[in-house]
Design a protein around this ligand. Structure first.
Ligand code: NAD
Length: 370
């Protein structure tokens, strides 16, 4: 049986609540004999600050480097609003992304049939939607230098941000997108603005070269980012994998997210390079949502984004397609039965809590495994 070393970082607010339920799903698959999970757990965010006065300890960072994959809940909350800037809860997440060089952010947008009427688009446009946005996460205009505001001395100021991409950055994110497409419907849409931006010209050139050299079997198309934004709300099901830079990816992934309803439904992954020694790709999986302090401790949080993040981990870090499919089917079946947490209530009369939603997903998993 495959041995998988997992690091769980539940974090703050609803993080520990949704993580506790996800552990039950991990245990289910272990009992099924799908893999042997060796699970370590540590603190991140405000919880780590309370214990160590740091948003993540060196020991937790060591565990993160050693793990086959990391599952994180959420960080932050009003309790830590006044801690020193370098020790703020988000610093733990940023340190993980930076030290592990997690340059590729994967944000799936899946619309379960039972929730299609809650989307802002018509049911027929979103029902069965299943796309992934691959966003470059460590380069581009958010990090490029110079990044300044200069006083021009004439009553005006000048602000400068710099969009910078090197060939290697575009090559590696393109490879992630093409690899992913091979595990899905084999189509990549690359998006930039080569009509007005030099970085767009290079982006298109490099993605085309990587495709020619290494991924000719995958269908590639190019779409300007403004046009892609339009197509995402006009006919989103035409896409499979979309690859784009940090800025466009930030915007387009939020647009795609809203096609599917609540934040409580959305998993994500951040991937790094394949390690030359171990041949494994560094990876951190987490829900898109935050620590939801308004509902923390009440047992109301929707566990689906967190359980879905574990499903993504099985699919993309360990190639456990069957088990990942089972998780998606079990979630769909629980929703089809009418179970709703408060965030996806829609017109439902009754809502369930974190535990009951997980119970329903586990019972569907039992049925699928039988
Ligand atoms: P949030 O995602 O925590 O909450 C936004 C709204 O969505 C809230 O009303 C919340 O109750 C609801 N919600 C979110 N997840 C839910 C779930 N699983 N089930 C049911 N309802 C859910 O965003 P926010 O309120 O802007 O931020 C709260 C804290 O979380 C802040 O400290 C923020 O910095 C932090 N944050 C952390 C992350 C992260 O850890 N990756 C991401 C975003 C925000």
């Amino acid at each position: 049986m495959t041995n998988i070393d997992l690091l769980l970082l539940p974090g703050d607010g609803i993080g520990p609540e949704v993580m506790a339920e996800t552990k039950r799903v991990i245990e289910f698959f272990e009992k099924q004999g799908a893999a042997k999970f060796t699970v370590e757990e540590d603190l991140v965010g405000g919880a780590a600050y309370d214990a160590h006065k740091k948003a993540i300890s060196e020991d937790a960072m060591r565990k993160a480097r050693d793990a086959d994959a990391i599952l994180l809940g959420a960080v932050g909350g009003p309790k830590w609003a006044n801690v020193p800037y370098d020790a703020r809860p988000e610093a733990g997440l940023l340190r993980l992304r930076k030290d592990l060089q997690l340059f590729a952010n994967l944000r799936p947008a899946i619309c379960y049939p039972a929730l299609a009427d809650d989307s802002s688009l018509k049911r027929e446009l979103v029902e069965g939607l299943d796309i992934v946005i691959v966003r470059e996460l460590t380069g581009g205009v958010y990090f490029g230098e110079p990044k300044t505001i200069t006083d021009l001395g004439n009553g005006h100021k000048r602000a400068i941000d710099t969009q910078v991409y090197d060939t290697y950055e575009i090559e590696r994110i393109a490879r992630v997108a093409f690899d992913l497409a091979r595990k899905r419907r084999n189509k990549v849409t690359s998006s930039e603005k080569n009509n007005v931006m030099k970085s767009g010209v290079l982006w298109k050139e490099v993605v085309t070269q990587v495709h020619e050299r290494e991924f000719k079997d995958v269908k590639l198309e190019h779409n300007l980012a403004d046009s892609l934004g339009m197509q995402l709300v006009r006919a989103p099901k035409q896409f499979d994998v979309i690859v784009t830079d940090n800025l466009f990816g930030d915007i387009l992934s939020d647009v795609a997210a809203m096609l599917t309803g609540s934040l409580g439904m959305l998993p994500s992954a951040s991937l790094g390079e394949v390690d030359a020694k171990t041949k494994k790709r560094r990876a951190l999986y987490e829900p898109v949502h935050g620590s939801a302090p308004d509902i923390a401790g009440k047992g109301l949080a929707n566990p689906i984004a967190m359980i879905g993040s574990f499903g993504m981990m099985l699919r993309y870090s360990f190639g456990m397609t069957k088990e990942a499919d089972m998780i998606e089917q079990a979630i769909a079946a629980a929703l089809a039965k009418g179970l709703r947490t408060a965030d996806i209530k829609g017109k439902a009369e009754k809502t369930v809590g974190t535990r009951e939603m997980t119970d329903a997903i586990l019972s569907e998993l039992e049925k699928l495994a039988a």
